[in-house]
Design a protein around this ligand. Sequence first.
Ligand code: SAH
Length: 350
Amino acid sequence: MQDILSMKFSELQMAIKELQEPDYRAKQIYHWLHVRKIQEFSQMTDLSSGLKLKLASNFEIKKLVIAKKLESQIDDTVKYLYQLPDGQYIETVLMHYQHGWRICISTQVGCKMGCQFCASTIAGYVRNLTASEMLLQIDETERNANIKISGIVLMGIGEPLDNFQNVTRFLELLSDSKGRKMSLRHVTISTCGIVPKIRELAEKKTGLTLAVSLHQASDSQRNKIMPVNKKYALQELMNACQYYFAMTGRRVTYEYAVMEGENDSFANAQALAKLLKNQQAHVNLIPVNTVKERNYHATRQSAKRFMQYLEKLGVHATVRRTLGNDIQAACGQLRHEINIKNSCLNFTEK
Ligand code: SAH
């Protein structure tokens, strides 16, 4: 069965032709899927029942099921644990900002990147998400929370640039003028630094914001916490970021999770200032979320102290608001926990 929600309009047109149906049908179906966001072929009321049957036997409309929903008691953040059609779990976080609702979506089940401080990597990598599974995180969340999303960040579980084809397909579907019409200026992609894909993305000139997860500004130290650095070292990464800016006119933002005793000294700030000296860079600081299996920790105070170091050195930085602290809104924590629970269940059943 073909995943119809992942199909581009031109692909749907071809498929409809193959079913020996007139061309305008593709337009109707695409509209039902991407504008009306219906979940069953039977809801496509302007199609003949014969065509609806044909569609149902050739295509599937994927669905996500809410396995768990955690609502923060301290702010408006909501975290969803979604179950995918094959039983896997991913996380989506909904956050309220001054200018509306922003959603943080996952792009893979698990992650291969192995960043030491990150929960998403602990249970390992399972598979890439399809474009439809990325779109559905938005649709389901909008339906459930009864809101309209105005910003999207690809900062949930997974490395978006390690699932480049599906992510770019998702972006195309998201911004298609025949469908969802979302401006990619409202989208941010966060990457640990897959250099060739940053360059490829730059060449697409999509207008989206690129956020690069730095967390350390020297190769020897970054190698220790982010294995990707052994493949693409910092200078190469910085060159790719400058290329991104040159191609798109969009300034790259840098993410830096402050970890006490690991990356928060004045010397660390100096190294960071040196690395960013040729750019008018902005650094987002966030006190690291402690993951049970790892030893990293930080307070808001330590993040603020590091921000002051940076400011002294002429680097713009802000300490990001930490939302949903009480509901483990950091990526990967919930999926990881459910995996532990499930493996415990399996254990007791045996
Ligand atoms: N793979 C992508 C996107 C997913 S992670 C990336 O690496 O950018 C989203 C952001 O959360 C990244 O900046 C990541 O480094 C950061 N992050 C991961 N674990 C964290 C933790 N425990 N505390 C704070 N930030 C964390």
